[in-house]
Structure formats: C-alpha cells, structure tokens
Design a protein around this ligand. Structure first.
Ligand SMILES: NC(=O)c1ccc[n+]([C@@H]2O[C@H](COP(=O)([O-])OP(=O)(O)OC[C@H]3O[C@@H](n4cnc5c(N)ncnc54)[C@H](O)[C@@H]3O)[C@@H](O)[C@H]2O)c1
Length: 360
C-alpha cells in the first residue's frame, strides 16, 4: 500500500500474529506475518530472499502483510492480509524438504493463513508446499491452480487505467492516448496487448533485450525508448510502471509529463509524501495496490475451485473500485492513495464487525 512507513516492531504495527519458523536440517528460516483476519483467512505470497538480517526479513514481512490486508479488502475478497518470507538464497537452499517443512508450518496455522507465490517462489514450489498443507494457492494448472497470475493482473491494471482516463478526460478509454509502459515482462506484455486493442499509442522500454525483441517482432507499431528515464520524460498521457518498485520518486515526479499514472509495479511511491507531490503537479495516481489486484483475485479464486470467467469478472470490477476511490479523493480533497487506504480500512471495520453478531 501507498503510505506506510516500515517498522520492525510488531507490537506497534497492529499485526494479529507473527510466527517465526525454523527447521535446522533443511535450513528453513521463515516468518509468517498475519496483519488482519477481519475479512477472512489471511492471504499473501511467500517471498524467498537472501535478506541481510533477520530484522530486515521481519520488517519486510510486516510491511508486505499489512499491504495485503489493504489490497485484499479493496479487491472485494473475503480474505484478510498476510505474507511470509523465507530468509535465505533460493539458489542455494531451496529444496523439496525445505518447501515441505515450510508447508507444515503453514498447515499448523489451521487455515488462518493461505500462501501463494511471490518473488523467489513459483507455481512448482507451491505444488511442493501443497504436499503438506491445504492452505496454498497459486498452484499449477495440472493441480487445479490458476497458473500465471499476470494475465488478470494486466487486465485489472487496464481496467484501473480506464477509470483514471474517464476521471481526467471524461471517457473510459485509452483510444488515441499515448501510454508509456516501463517493463515488458509478464504483465507489461499483456497490458501492451490490451492497450493496442483499445487503439492507444504505446511507447515502451525494458532493460532486457529479449523483451525489446519481443515487441519488435509482435507489435512493431510500439515505439521503444532507451530507458525508464527517457520514458518518464517523454510526451505521454499515461505512465504505466510495470517493472520494479519506487518508480515515482523525487527525481521522476518533477519531470513526468503524463497526466495519469496507472501500472502494475508494487510500491510505486518511493517514500511517503510522493502522493502529495503527484497531486501538486496535477498528476492522477491510480494506487498500485488497487489496480494490480487482478493477480491476487486470480489466485484467491482457486480457494473456491478455479474458474477463469468468474475471476475475470471480479478483476473487471477494479474499474468500479478505482472510480470510487478517485471520486472519494476529489470529494474529500485527498490524494487517491490516502482515499484508497480509507476505503480499505472502512471495509475491514464494517464487514469485520459483523463477526461480533453471535450465531450460536
Ligand atoms: N505478475 C503478477 O501477477 C503481479 C501482480 C501484482 C504486482 N506485480 C508487479 O508488477 C511488476 C511486474 O511484474 P511481472 O510479473 O511482469 O514481472 P517480470 O519480472 O515478468 O517483468 C518485469 C520486467 O521489467 C523489466 N525491468 C526491470 N528493471 C527495469 C528497468 N529499470 N527499466 C525497464 N525495465 C525494467 C524486466 O527486464 C522485466 O522484463 C512487478 O513490480 C510485480 O511485483 C505483478
């Protein structure tokens, strides 16, 4: 989520539960963070990363699990927010036994936490984790999973972008707009296709020559620029960060020429306060965790037994949610990132409270 300053003190962050897991034989050291189960079991992926220290791993899981609670709330899911980190180099220590040991810890939470893929973990890993726990999504298609979540992530980003376009230009289309896509990876490629289908002009960049070759071969009408700095400074209507976090910073926002920012990358605001800088420059920012929720919608659908059409319908609603946030932001004179946080908090409080109605 947009404006959260990280802290490594769980007692001050409002998390429900933080679980440290260790299995010496396999080298597993994991931390599972459950921020909130107000709306249902906590869902969020497992990040496998060689953190510099246990403190760094803890700070990350606290931030990420809180972010998932907000994302899942605004995605309309009956799921709370959680996340896990495995501390170590996946290249060195990832093994069947380690993943299954981790799966047993997930199982021990009895359904309070559902895991999925994140940076450093893949569908094949979730298939291993699933040999020890029922509480796992993001599995391979052969195992009833949804497969690559970037399909609906890109669809949802496109819907959020349409809502932002409507807010600024009065019609929910990118037809005739110049859209800059930074990062032509799994999401960026699908997004480019949706934009071209909507008759937008696409300008793009990627540091990977294979991604640039893909564009030249498949969509020669897309204009390629050298790097993200050139894209930010280009004559754009919309900027879509689809690579790494921190795309909106003290360096990029002052030179950004686009009127709208809507993209897939997580944590686009480099630090709290950037959302105000964007608002001051008259740039409409569609909050990242709102518009990129298509992926979590896709994996969450697996819990019911995956149905692509149902999941796509839910991801299409990102258009309505983005509209609602942008309207609230205008009405209350707030940056959209703050308005989004308020709506998420409202849903967690209002729907979460219903559990206090005693049933038996
Ligand atoms: N895949 C999903 O379902 C999903 C869901 C939610 C959020 N996201 C976020 O969206 C972003 C893209 O995800 P993805 O799955 O497409 O990842 P990916 O790794 O497939 O693609 C990222 C692309 O960005 C390029 N890139 C990296 N640094 C760059 C730079 N400085 N300038 C230009 N290009 C650069 C890479 O070469 C790569 O092609 C990530 O931030 C991810 O966390 C993805």
């Amino acid at each position: 989520m947009g404006v959260f300053a990280s802290t490594d003190d769980p007692s001050s962050t409002g998390h429900e539960q933080v679980v440290f897991c260790q299995d010496r034989q396999t080298g597993l050291r994991a931390i599972i963070g459950i921020y909130s189960t107000a709306l249902g079991p906590a869902l969020g992926g497992t990040r496998f990363h060689p953190y510099a220290s246990e403190e760094a791993a803890l700070a990350d899981v606290l931030d990420l699990s809180r972010g998932m609670a907000y994302k899942n709330a605004l995605a309309g899911l009956d799921l709370g927010g959680g996340k896990a980190v495995i501390w170590g180099d996946p290249e060195q220590i990832k093994s069947e036994a380690l993943l299954r040991a981790y799966g047993r810890f997930v199982e021990s939470l009895n359904g309070r936490y559902y895991t999925a893929c994140d940076v450093g973990t893949y569908v094949a890993d979730m298939d291993q984790v699933a040999r020890e726990t029922r509480y796992v999504t993001g599995r391979s298609v052969e195992h009833g999973g949804a497969g690559d979540s970037s399909v609906l992530t890109a669809w949802g980003v496109f819907q959020g972008m349409r809502a932002a376009a409507e807010h600024v230009w009065g019609i929910p289309t990118l037809n005739g707009r110049r859209v800059g896509v930074a990062g032509l990876g799994k999401v960026g490629k699908h997004l480019t296709r949706h934009l071209l289908d909507d008759h937008a002009e696409v300008v793009a960049t990627d540091i990977d020559p294979r991604a640039r070759d893909w564009v030249r071969a498949n969509h020669p009408q897309v204009e390629l620029v050298d790097d993200a700095a050139a894209l930010v400074a280009a004559d754009l209507d919309v900027y879509a960060p689809c690579a790494l976090g921190g795309a909106l910073s003290d360096d990029t926002v002052p030179v950004l020429r686009a009127k709208v920012v809507a993209g897939a990358a997580n944590n686009q605001l480099a630090h709290p306060g950037i959302e105000k800088l964007l608002a001051d420059r008259g740039i409409l920012y569609a909050p990242d965790y709102v518009v990129n929720a298509g992926g979590v919608i896709q994996v969450a659908d697996e819990i019911e037994g995956f149905n692509f059409d149902r999941a796509k319908l839910r991801a299409t609603k990102i258009y309505d949610t983005t509209r609602q946030i942008l309207r609230l932001a205008d009405e209350e004179g707030l940056p959209p990132a703050v308005a989004a946080d308020r709506l998420a908090e409202r849903r967690m409080a209002e729907v979460g409270r219903l559990r206090t109605i005693h049933l038996r």
